[in-house]
Design a protein around this ligand. Structure first.
Ligand SMILES: [Mg+2]
Length: 225
């Protein structure tokens, strides 16, 4: 990847020389409205019903449990939460009103269409395989990727530096010729320490080693030469 030129607010980049693009799913290809609603509203409501308590009480309990596990492997594990909350999480996710909330982010399809033929695209997600399958059933994207990786199947999550070394060996790729597209700054940091550069997708201005950020893949695409 050539260096970014920071022309006040506009980054100009090109992807020449890159062989591999590693792309996150939630927050990059798919928006996070579905996940936020599911975990912050739907599951507490279900928990309140099952345990005959007020919604406020259920929100307090479930959100405390979630916060405790945020950024840990268990956080992404549907089976862990099914056991912990005594709710069949997969079944809840499959309910039609939940499925309908899964949506693409702007520019996702266009980006995949543009690059899947001349770059090796890898989907690299912390999502549990069951969550991935549900989402890919609603919005089939796997055809664009050379390989789809659920981090926990490699025994680590993206927040951990070890994950990126194990991933590099698994994919057999050179990180010098690779780019990660990610919306979680902790994952950008751990990838960086394993030698993998990123661009960040999100509505914020992160301050990490001059890593460029873009609102979505649409604005990233329009910045490319
Ligand atoms: Mg993400």
């Amino acid at each position: 990847m050539s260096d970014c030129i920071n022309d006040d607010t506009v980054y100009v980049m090109d992807l020449k020389g890159l062989e591999n693009i590693l792309i996150d799913m939630d927050g990059v290809l798919l928006d996070t409205v579905y996940d936020n609603f599911f975990w912050q509203k739907h599951i507490p409501l279900k928990y309140a019903e099952l345990n005959e308590m007020s919604e406020d009480q259920a929100i307090k309990i479930t959100h405390t449990l979630f916060n405790y596990k945020r950024g840990c492997k268990d956080w992404y594990d549907l089976d862990y939460w099914s056991n912990m909350l005594k709710i069949d999480i997969e079944q809840e996710k499959l309910s039609s009103d939940m499925i309908d909330r899964i949506k693409l982010k702007d520019g996702a399809i266009e980006f995949l269409e543009n690059y899947h033929k001349n770059k090796n695209l890898f989907l690299v997600t912390n999502a549990h395989r069951k969550t991935l399958d549900i989402k890919m059933k609603k919005i089939p994207l796997t055809k664009y990727f050379k390989m789809v990786i659920c981090s926990h199947e490699l025994k680590y999550i993206k927040e951990e530096i070890s994950f990126w070394f194990i991933l590099r060996n698994k994919l057999g790729i050179d990180y010098e010729k690779s780019l990660l597209i990610e919306d979680t700054i902790d994952n950008v940091k751990s990838a960086y320490h394993a030698g993998l550069k990123s661009i960040i997708i999100g509505d914020f201005t992160p301050n990490f080693k001059n890593t460029p950020s873009f609102k979505d893949l649409s604005s990233f695409s329009s910045s490319l030469k």
